[in-house]
Design a protein around this ligand. Structure first.
Ligand SMILES: CC(C)(COP(=O)(O)OP(=O)(O)OC[C@H]1O[C@@H](n2cnc3c(N)ncnc32)[C@H](O)[C@@H]1OP(=O)(O)O)[C@@H](O)C(=O)NCCC(=O)NCCS
Length: 140
């Protein structure tokens, strides 16, 4: 796997993101080195926190697997759905991963639709069901 500094990693991801049919020059990619690898965020809305807008967040490398890319979040804004944007972002991540040297991509998908996106892009289900924990915080 390649060992790139943050600017080179960012350039490489830009190279693939620019090929997405809906890419615009206002879109942004933010990259940071994290403990076990690299974290990258793609944002269509430069001011957006991310949620509800078309975006993805990935982490490359973890303590268990330095060569796995984890999709942490991937969303298409509601008014842009069913136009191939989801598939295009997964293809962008995959093309980047091939070039970077990752050997797999993992994602936790829930709900009715997102498992369909990953099934349609060649992913195989490796675990059934997810357990979600929640803890309410009592305000002071
Ligand atoms: C899941 C999501 C990203 C799909 O984005 P999208 O741009 O609409 O997806 P695409 O148009 O590329 O569709 C890809 C495939 O997903 C499946 N799919 C997408 N939306 C679907 C729907 N509403 N019903 C059934 N299948 C659907 C289809 O197999 C589709 O392929 P096809 O169009 O050739 O049949 C989008 O619905 C979304 O943002 N959902 C909320 C957030 C979420 O669940 N994110 C994933 C967490 S990791």
């Amino acid at each position: 796997m390649r060992d790139l500094a943050v600017p080179e990693f960012q350039d490489m991801l830009f190279h693939y993101a620019r090929k997405m049919p809906f890419w615009q020059d206002t879109h942004r990619i933010i990259v940071a080195k994290v403990t076990d690898g690299m974290a990258a965020a793609y944002r269509t809305d430069p001011w957006g926190i991310g949620f509800r807008t078309t975006h993805f967040d990935i982490n490359i490398g973890s303590r268990d697997s330095p060569t796995t890319c984890y999709i942490l979040s991937l969303e298409v804004a509601e008014h842009q759905r069913r136009q191939g944007h989801g598939k295009a972002m997964v293809a962008c991540i995959e093309d980047f991963c091939k070039d970077y040297g990752c050997d797999s991509i993992e994602v936790t998908a829930s709900g009715d639709v997102s498992p369909k996106l990953y099934a349609a892009t060649g992913f195989t289900r490796i675990k059934d069901g997810i357990v979600v924990f929640r803890k309410p915080i009592t305000l002071k």
